[in-house]
Design a protein around this ligand. Structure first.
Ligand SMILES: [Mg+2]
Length: 288
């Protein structure tokens, strides 16, 4: 694929530009405190149960998923936020709660109270993030944008902690928040799903809210062709399945919990790769 003309790089934020494992420690502690309150059990017991379920989920990533509206939209293993969902459910089950009680509690924790827990997260940006963003922002005939499910303010607050960078240049990078990449729905003229070896369920590419965000970013950047768009994210299913179907170049920012089936798929993908460092991400995005 020869890419000619103006180009765009789209970056996911949490887990791609940050170390979600470290950032999520405060979040997990807050969830454990809440489970202690709900179950009346003690903290040591809940923490041991939490870690026990977590270990089991991590051993079999292909067997667990994050379900939204009854459809699995992402693996449940890649970061502590996603892992917390099945773990909470299982701990409540072992405390003899009924299905409807559990559904109510889980809905509340994932809905109205999610932000309260999320705000306990720390800030841990990936090494060399500032250098990579500066390189992407300085490249002629190239635009960079961050598209995330998180709120814009949270991202800007984290980026403001970068040191040794041109702050004006970093602030000039557009951030599009609330992208709802997890909503699967009608998307005319797009491949709706794909099959990945080693995963016994479909991966959905038809994510209309995410499509609108990507398309808006592409139009604003003046990029005509999806082939001139590179998308980098830490979860293939959530961040890259739709861009892959559109014909974008896709980079999987892997960590130690990235499912093997996602890495294998990306290694074998003609216009994709698995990336481990911010320098690699910038170089991948800018190569012709
Ligand atoms: Mg992410």
């Amino acid at each position: 694929m020869k890419r000619i003309g103006k180009r765009l790089t789209v970056l996911d934020f949490d887990g791609t530009c940050t170390n979600a494992e470290v950032e999520g420690i405060g979040f997990v502690n807050a969830v454990i405190t809440e489970l202690v309150r709900i179950t009346g059990s003690n903290e040591a017991r809940i923490r041991a149960a939490y870690e026990g379920v977590e270990e089991r989920i991590l051993r079999n990533p292909e067997q667990h998923g994050w379900a939204v509206n009854g459809i699995i939209v992402a693996p449940a293993t890649v970061d502590p936020y996603l892992r917390s969902k099945p773990i909470v459910r299982e701990i409540l089950e072992t405390h003899g709660m009924t299905r409807s009680e559990i559904d109510r509690i889980v809905d509340e924790l994932n809905g109205p109270r999610y932000n309260e827990f999320y705000q306990k997260s720390g800030v841990c940006l990936r090494p060399k993030l500032g250098d990579a963003l500066m390189r992407l922002a300085a490249e002629p005939d190239h635009a960079v944008v961050i598209i995330t499910n998180a709120g814009i303010e949270a991202v800007k607050r984290k980026l403001a902690t970068l040191t040794g960078v041109d702050a004006t240049m970093i602030e000039s990078i557009p951030v599009m928040g609330g992208a709802k990449k997890f909503i699967v729905g009608d998307l005319p003229n797009a491949q709706s799903e794909l099959r990945i070896p080693g995963l016994n369920r479909p991966v959905f590419c038809n994510r209309p809210f995410y499509f609108n965000a990507l398309n808006h970013a592409r139009t604003m950047a003046g990029v005509d062709d999806w082939q001139n768009v590179t998308v980098v994210g830490d979860i293939f299913e959530l961040d890259l399945a739709l861009p892959h179907a559109l014909g974008c170049k896709t980079g999987l920012a892997a960590n130690s919990h990235t499912p093997r089936y996602e890495k294998t798929f990306m290694f074998e993908c003609l216009y994709g790769d698995v990336l481990f460092h911010m320098e690699q991400i910038a170089a991948f995005a800018l190569e012709r």
